[in-house]
Design a protein around this ligand. Structure first.
Ligand SMILES: Cc1ncc(C[n+]2csc(CCOP(=O)(O)OP(=O)(O)O)c2C)c(N)n1
Ligand SMILES: [Mg+2]
Length: 327
């Protein structure tokens, strides 16, 4: 696909910003300043490529917890993310009530998900059905990890979308682990995309470390859906460079050599190399961008630290409410 220089630069920036923000979250956790972090490091190409293939704020998204780069690409700010990590007042997903990274955002049509994995899949199918009934040309993107494609909800959601040819793109981020469990213990097929033939929709596997490859695959699937041709299942293959979460010790189930080896396909480094090779940026410009990303992250941390915690008496809103508030 022939992409404009500006588009490539925008994508690179989102990947870089997400990476620097994510790295800072780990530091904050180890400093004891936040309780929990679940990381998208290694997932940036898959998420940014997918987000840029959508009409932002027009199409719908039901994301999952690793989708930091996806959400930033759809307009969530680093400050918003810090509020989520710190459980502070004003946090857009839940006002600081949800676990961090349980993303939702009204302006991006991004719908909140539950902690049980795969619930976002039937949600996406339901939204797809609503779009079809309303005869709109919108599309739903839903994301998930490969391990969670073992869940019943996942099959039910994909099956329903396939039967009714709903405008849904199912993006599986195959990062080679479900906490400690490798894909071969989750499925007897080689790729989550192979499951598509049993459910009656197209399924493809792509290199999820290359942002432009993912963009092209999701773009084509989105256009296919928008024209009323139904859903597509895309598996983007990548590697979870960090432990599962801040509370996981991955040394108990994988070697350091394996992790180091997979860092050779670090999506942010690959995109950076592409920028140089295509003369889109010089080394000096790239270093300046990096400094800018770090500055934005530092500002977000300061902002988060200065914000108050939500008022205790509001803890149950909107779980239990006296009257319905529409704001
Ligand atoms: C129904 C359910 N079972 C188990 C869990 C605990 N859990 C949280 S994340 C996770 C691993 C999911 O792995 P995968 O789908 O590959 O996504 P990844 O975390 O690798 O991105 C598990 C088992 C859960 N949240 N929900
Ligand atoms: Mg996984």
């Amino acid at each position: 696909m022939d992409l404009s220089s500006d588009l490539k630069k925008e994508m690179y920036w989102m990947m870089l910003l997400s990476r620097r923000l994510d790295e800072r979250a780990w530091v904050l956790h180890r400093q004891g300043k936040i309780a929990f972090h679940i990381s998208g490091i290694g997932h940036e190409a898959g998420q940014v490529g997918a987000a840029f293939a959508l009409r932002k704020g027009y199409d719908w998204v039901t994301p999952y917890y690793r989708d930091l780069a996806l959400m930033l690409s759809l307009g969530m700010t680093p400050r918003d993310f810090m509020l989520s990590l710190m459980g502070k007042s004003g946090e857009p997903s839940s006002g600081g009530r949800q676990m961090p990274s349980h993303f939702s955002m009204r302006s991006a049509n991004a719908v909140s998900h539950s902690a049980p994995v795969a619930t976002q899949t039937p949600h996406a199918a339901g939204i797809g059905l609503a779009i079809k009934m309303k005869k709109e040309d919108k599309v739903v993107l839903t994301t998930i990890g490969e391990g969670s494609t073992s869940q019943g909800e996942w099959y039910e959601g994909v099956n329903w979308a396939a039967i009714h040819r709903l405008p849904v793109v199912f993006l599986v981020q195959n990062n080679q682990y479900a906490i400690s469990v490798p894909p071969e213990l989750q499925m007897a097929v080689k790729s989550s995309a192979d499951k598509a033939c049993g459910l009656g929709l197209p399924g493809i596997t792509v290199d999820g470390t290359d942002v432009f490859t993912v963009y092209e695959a999701v773009y084509n699937a989105v256009e296919h859906a928008r024209k009323g041709n139904g859903p597509t299942l895309i598996e983007a293959r990548m590697y979870r460079i960090t432990p599962h979460s801040s509370d996981d010790d991955d040394r108990t189930y994988r070697t350091r050599e394996e992790v180091e080896d997979n860092k050779k396909r670090d999506p942010v480094t690959l995109a950076r190399d592409h920028m140089i090779q295509e003369n889109l940026y010089t080394e000096i410009e790239l270093n300046a961008l990096d400094a800018k990303a770090k500055e934005i992250v530092t500002d977000a941390v300061k902002y988060g630290e200065e914000m108050p915690f939500p008022a205790g008496e509001e803890a149950a809103y909107p779980v239990y409410i006296e009257e319905v508030r529409r704001d």
